[in-house]
Design a protein around this ligand. Structure first.
Ligand SMILES: C[S@@+](CC[C@H](N)C(=O)[O-])C[C@H]1O[C@@H](n2cnc3c(N)ncnc32)[C@H](O)[C@@H]1O
Length: 273
């Protein structure tokens, strides 16, 4: 007889759900709305199964125990939403390409993908800069709070089905088709990878010494924070943007009333005054 845990039979009470919510808020600044209860249950059930725990109460106790800090990272990895794609919101990459042509820099061109998820955004930026050729010396910093997506981003290997949004000439030039054990996979070229550094970074914490950037992509992450957190994060991000540099946010996000240090240039694109 199988002794596998039937997670469908588990109950996530409102009280315990609220405690997971508070923990997520404390550790990442992310606000999980009440509608996320089903999602939280499904995602944490996987972790319960791995740990062979039989209730969410047991898991909560484990995650809260002070000598088990690494379980907090598992919680964050499980509860962040990482949807992304290559050249998502393509007009941002067209705008960047256009700006690069006239953008004059005396130092290496620096771009930050500040919630990079599995890396598609960073590689899309890299392909755009490499193809533009106006800046031979360039670096991309790509960061996220989720260790699992970062590990996969660093590999630069994706299911071929994700390639459809990559322009064909970029595919030919910057991507390889996996063979043998990597058949059906798309591999980003080493030539691009050497310009990108992936790091673990919590936007809700004090930012490390990462220098300043000419372009910052902070897309589709502000939606997970409340207004106070959003403002705090934008203040920190603006401090990392060079004067004249550009900030890009997601299509459903807005900075209205959040800062007056940026001027809107186009929908979801801002420039530091
Ligand atoms: C929906 S994805 C956006 C990916 C990409 N920027 C895009 O637009 O396609 C949101 C990402 O934000 C990350 N994230 C959430 N809270 C964060 C925090 N406090 N610090 C850094 N990254 C965070 C998540 O792990 C997730 O990978």
């Amino acid at each position: 007889m199988s002794n596998m845990l039937d997670t469908n039979k588990l109950t996530l009470s409102e009280h315990v759900f609220n405690q997971f919510k508070s923990l997520m808020f404390k550790e990442s600044g992310v606000t999980l709305s009440d509608e996320k209860q089903v999602m939280v249950k499904a995602r944490l059930a996987k972790r319960l199964r791995q740990l062979q725990l039989s209730s969410f109460e047991q898991y909560l106790k484990l995650v809260k125990s002070p000598d088990n800090r690494q379980e907090i990272q598992h919680l964050i990895d499980a509860l962040t939403t990482n949807e992304t794609s290559f050249f998502r919101e393509a007009q941002h990459f067209e705008f960047l390409d256009h700006q690069l042509t006239s953008f004059s820099v005396t130092v290496p061109l620096r771009i930050w993908s500040a919630a990079c998820s599995t890396g598609e955004e960073a590689y899309s930026l890299a392909m755009t800069v490499a193809e533009n050729r106006c800046h031979p010396d360039w670096q991309i910093l790509a960061s996220d709070i989720n260790t699992q997506v970062l590990a996969s981003a660093g590999l630069g290997m994706y299911d071929m089905s994700r390639a459809s949004s990559i322009p064909r000439n970029y595919l030919i030039k910057y991507c390889l088709k996996g063979v043998r054990s990597q058949a059906g996979q798309l591999l980003l070229s080493e030539q691009l990878k050497q310009h990108i550094r992936f790091i673990l970074l919590n936007l809700d914490g004090e930012l490390p010494e990462i220098g300043q950037f000419h372009f910052i992509f902070l897309r589709n992450v502000l939606i997970y924070f409340n207004e106070t957190k959003r403002k705090q994060i934008i203040d920190k991000i603006v401090a990392k943007l060079r004067p004249g540099g550009y900030l890009f946010i997601g299509h459903s996000e807005s900075l209205r009333g959040i800062t007056d240090l940026l001027r809107p240039v186009q929908a979801t694109i801002y420039q530091k005054c």
